[in-house]
Design a protein around this ligand. Structure first.
Ligand SMILES: [Fe+2]
Ligand SMILES: [Fe+2]
Length: 337
């Protein structure tokens, strides 16, 4: 276990802690670099090639944002906003998801040999640990009541665990991008809080960009005999995720109080965050738009996660057939027609 916590608590550059940014301009520049990246290598970046694999690892290193959770200035919230934020049914599950993700990514990074992928996935584990720290600081700053965290258990099959975490992130991030936009546009979250979480959101975009390209690399380079087993495993992961998402997770804290956590909040929470009428079609269209925007700064030759956007497109198509088109511009939410 120690070895894994070494991976998620220490960057491969052997940095124990990050130096504070020298000034605001440096913060802005790091933020820009985290969102824009292109390889200088000409020609196609074919999954399975050295060029593609090295570009993926390079992208992950170069787009690293060195913010420090310990120096985040949590804005003071008025009582009404504070109540809104603290009563969202997401904080326990968010902290625990990051806790699991850091361990699973570290476990997978520790078992792979390829130095580029090992480097990228180790950094990813470190960033998940930082997300957990950010959330812990938020919980502390706003006095959010939390259920005790369950023990984090080292996965028996790190590849399975990495696939579960990777695919979950792909789906959750897609909807979270839309949800975040709704919370921003409606003022559900105050602007300062949106600003604080913005780098975390963009980081998830980088994580799923890494995952999609790792998956393509893995498929292209693994031995042919293993491929059918791997695809069966991927299918089993999807079944597991659907099963896991049905219903709500419940846990009871030390005072016997039940905490209900909504696993599907990224999908179901949108309407709660705005007083405007936001249909499912509007929300899907918004998620697609935000997804495109967040990925737009990265090298076009790197693959993007496709499943969640394709499902959303298929959903929109079906809703259109049923006469439920998204509004072209639902008050303030600019969505594609
Ligand atoms: Fe995360
Ligand atoms: Fe992540």
């Amino acid at each position: 276990m120690n070895a894994l916590s070494d991976i998620y608590s220490r960057l491969p550059d052997n940095l124990d802690d990050l130096p504070p940014p020298p000034n605001e301009a440096a913060v802005q520049e790091a933020d820009y670099r985290a969102r824009h990246w292109s390889s200088t290598v000409p020609g196609p970046l074919k999954p399975g090639s050295q060029e593609h694999k090295q570009a993926v690892a390079q992208m992950f290193r170069d787009t690293f944002n060195p913010y420090k959770p310990s120096v985040i200035n949590w804005p003071k919230l008025d009582p009404e906003t504070l109540k809104r934020v603290t009563s969202l049914p997401i904080w326990d599950i968010a902290v625990q998801t990051e806790g699991k993700a850091r361990l699973r990514m570290a476990a997978y990074a520790s078992m792979i040999d390829d130095p580029d992928m090992k480097d990228a996935i180790s950094r990813n584990a470190w960033e998940e640990n930082r997300h957990k720290e950010v959330l812990s600081k938020l919980v502390e700053a706003y006095g959010i009541e939390m259920a005790p965290e369950p023990p984090y258990i080292e996965p028996g099959d790190p590849e399975w665990a990495y696939l579960v975490t990777g695919f979950s992130e792909c789906v959750d991030s897609f909807f979270a991008f839309g949800l975040f936009k709704v919370a921003q546009t409606s003022g559900f979250f105050p602007a300062e809080l949106i600003e604080t979480f913005e780098p975390v959101m963009q980081e998830e975009c980088r994580h799923i960009l890494l995952f999609a390209n790792w998956l393509a690399w893995y498929r292209a380079t693994g031995p042919a005999w293993r491929r059918p087993w791997f695809e069966l495993k991927v299918l089993a992961v999807w079944f597991f995720l659907v099963y896991e998402r049905i219903g709500l997770a419940r846990s009871v804290d030390s005072d016997g109080k039940e905490h209900t956590q909504d696993n599907n909040f990224t999908v179901t929470g949108a309407q709660e965050m705005t007083s405007q009428d936001l249909t499912l079609a509007d929300f899907m269209a918004l998620c697609l738009k935000e997804n495109d925007r967040r990925f737009s700064g990265y090298d076009r030759r790197l693959l993007r996660p496709k499943l969640a956007p394709n499902l959303a497109k298929a959903g929109l198509w079906a809703l259109r057939l049923a006469g439920r088109k998204p509004k072209a511009e639902p008050n303030g939410f600019a969505v594609p027609a």
